[in-house]
Design a protein around this ligand. Structure first.
Ligand code: PRT
Ligand code: ZN
Length: 294
C-alpha cells in the first residue's frame, strides 16, 4: 500500500507556501490548513504533503524521502550543480510560473562598477556560494566569497564585504540599503522537482498529477472572452481572436447581432480588446478560465 501514495514536499512557511498550496487547491487537492501538521494527507487524492524549510526540499526529494517537491530553482541550483545530490538524481519536471526572482550582484551605489572585472579580488557576501562560484569561474574572475545565512544586504555597510550576490525581486531591499544591481546572474521561479528514482508503482499517480497541473498552468495564462458583434464584424473578429480551434459564434435575439466566445492569451488581452472595440464589439466580458483540457 505504501507505494500507492505520492508524497510532495512544499515550503512550510515563507514566500512559496501560499502559491504552492494554491496550486494544489487548483488541481483539486484540498488540505485542511487548520489541522496542518508536519505531514498532512489529502482527503481527495492519494497524496501526502510534507512541510519543510525550502533549503531542505531538494535533498529530501533527491533522496526519495519525498517523491516530489515545490521549490525555487535557486535552491535546486545551489544544492546541485550536476543534477544530483549526494549521488541521487533530482529532476526538474515543471516550471510553475510563481516565485519569480533573480540572483544578482550588487554594489554600493557610489562604486564605479561597470564590468564584471571590478569584482576581481573583491569580497562578495552571499547565501548562494555555489551559484556564485560557478558564475565567477565562468567569467574568469577571482573573488572572495563570504557565506552569510541571512540579511546579506547589510554586509557592505557592515564592512563585511565589498559587494553582495543576493535574491532581488522588486529591487526595494537594494535601494533601501544604498546598493545598486549591476549584474543579473541567475533567473529563478518555483519548479516542481521529482525524485530521479520514482518507484514504478507511483508513475500513474504522477502522470495524473501532472495532467492536472498542466491544465491549471495553461488556464492561468488564458482569459475567456464573450462579446457581442454586428454581423459585418465577424470575419475580422475571427482573424483577431483565432481562439483554440476557432471561436464560437451564436446569433443573438436582436437581428444582425452575434455573440462570440473565445479563449485568448492573457498577455494579449488589452491589445485584442482594443482591436475588437475598433471593429464594433460591444459588451465585452473577460472571465478567468478555471481549467483548460486541450
Ligand atoms: O524558512 P525557509 O528556509 O523555508 O524560507 P527562506 O526564508 O529561506 O525563503 P523565503 O520564504 O524568503 O523564499 C523562498 C523562495 O522564494 C526563494 O528561495 C526564492 O526562490 C523565492 N523568492 C522570490 C524570494 C524572493 N522572491 C525575494 N524577494 N526569496 C527571497 N526574497 C528576499 C531576498 O532574499 C531579499 O532579502 O527578498 C528580498 C529582496 O526582495 P525585493 O523585492 O526587495 O527585491
Ligand atoms: Zn530557506
Amino acid at each position: 500500500m505504501e507505494n500507492s501514495l505520492l508524497r510532495i514536499a512544499i515550503q512550510a512557511k515563507g514566500r512559496l507556501n501560499e502559491d504552492s498550496m494554491a496550486l494544489l487547491r487548483d488541481i483539486g487537492i484540498k488540505i485542511d490548513e487548520s489541522k496542518r501538521k508536519f505531514l498532512a494527507q489529502a482527503p481527495d487524492f492519494p497524496l501526502e504533503v510534507l512541510y519543510l524549510r525550502d533549503d531542505d526540499i531538494p535533498q529530501v526529494v533527491a533522496a526519495g524521502t519525498a517523491d516530489l517537491g515545490i521549490v525555487g530553482l535557486n535552491e535546486v541550483a545551489e544544492n546541485s550543480t550536476d543534477g544530483t545530490i549526494d549521488g541521487s538524481p533530482l529532476q526538474i519536471i515543471r516550471e510553475l510560473g510563481f516565485g519569480q526572482c533573480r540572483i544578482s550582484l550588487a554594489v554600493p551605489k557610489a562604486e564605479p562598477c561597470d564590468s564584471p572585472a571590478w569584482f576581481e579580488g573583491k569580497r562578495i557576501a552571499t547565501s548562494y556560494p555555489n551559484i556564485l562560484r560557478h558564475y565567477l569561474s565562468g567569467i574568469g574572475v577571482n573573488a572572495l566569497i563570504e557565506v552569510i545565512a541571512g540579511s546579506v544586504e547589510v554586509a557592505p555597510a557592515a564592512g563585511i564585504a565589498d559587494a553582495i550576490f543576493d535574491i532581488v525581486s522588486s529591487g526595494g531591499t537594494l535601494v533601501s540599503n544604498g546598493l545598486k544591481e549591476v549584474e543579473k546572474v541567475f533567473h529563478s521561479q518555483a519548479v516542481l522537482v521529482a525524485c530521479g528514482q520514482l518507484p514504478a508503482a507511483k508513475q500513474p499517480l504522477l502522470d495524473e498529477l501532472l495532467f492536472r497541473i498542466d491544465s491549471a498552468l495553461v488556464s492561468r495564462q488564458k482569459k475567456y472572452l464573450v462579446m457581442n458583434l454586428p454581423q459585418e464584424a465577424i470575419e475580422q473578429a475571427v482573424r483577431i481572436v483565432p481562439a483554440m480551434r476557432s471561436p464560437t459564434i451564436m446569433p443573438l435575439a436582436a437581428q444582425g447581432w452575434y455573440a462570440m466566445h473565445a479563449v485568448i492569451e492573457e498577455s494579449q488581452l488589452w491589445e485584442k480588446i482594443r482591436q475588437l472595440k475598433a471593429i464594433g464589439a460591444e459588451g465585452i466580458l473577460v472571465l478567468n478560465t478555471d481549467k483548460i483540457i486541450p
